[in-house]
Design a protein around this ligand. Structure first.
Ligand code: THU
Length: 170
């Protein structure tokens, strides 16, 4: 009997993507450093009394406008919104036709160290993918904690391989 591990597929595909790793915020180019610093500050605006995990997201639009978001929780837990989606909704409402060029995300917490990057959750990845598709522009991501290394990803959609997209409904 052939077991799963030895089974020879007709064809095997591979997904991979490159992203940049900076040792700290100090290594970043000035414009990206500015955005990550803003994201760190915006964690203060989070409403996260249940998780005590405060996330800040700041985006720079292609026209130079800066928009921010932070996570907003609720006693009914699934109602809560991540910082990334609050930012996307805010930017889309204020500047519906203007793509976000770059988004920085940071976090802080009483419970865990903020010394490494976090990356967007699954629902946010799906939302980011469709945002990029809609505005027809890649969104660069800057991910970093309050200290530690920083990841720079050239397009948010890279985080969602084999995505289910609006294409499927046409
Ligand atoms: N959260 C975000 O806002 N962004 C992320 O990338 C990960 C998680 C929020 C959701 C929830 O309010 C808290 O962080 C803990 O999961």
């Amino acid at each position: 009997m052939r077991d799963f591990l030895t089974f020879q597929a007709m064809k095997e595909n591979k997904f991979e993507f490159n992203y940049k790793v900076f040792e700290s915020i100090d290594e970043l180019p000035e414009d990206l450093r500015f955005l990550l610093n803003e994201a760190r500050q915006v964690t203060e605006n989070a409403y996260a009394p249940y998780s005590n995990f405060q996330v800040g997201a700041v985006g720079r639009l292609v026209n130079g406008e800066i928009v921010s978001g932070s996570n907003q929780e609720n006693a009914s837990f699934p109602v809560g919104l991540c910082a990334e989606r609050v930012l996307l909704a805010t930017a889309s409402s204020l500047f519906p036709k203007i793509p976000i060029r770059t988004m920085a995300v940071s976090y802080k917490s009483e419970n865990v160290k903020s010394d490494h990057p976090i990356s967007p959750c699954g629902i946010c990845r799906q939302t980011l993918q469709e945002y990029e598709e809609r505005v027809e522009h890649p969104m660069q991501l800057i991910l970093g904690g309050m200290t530690g290394p920083v990841y720079v990803i050239d397009s948010a959609s890279r985080l969602l391989p084999l995505a289910f997209t609006s294409e499927e409904l046409r």
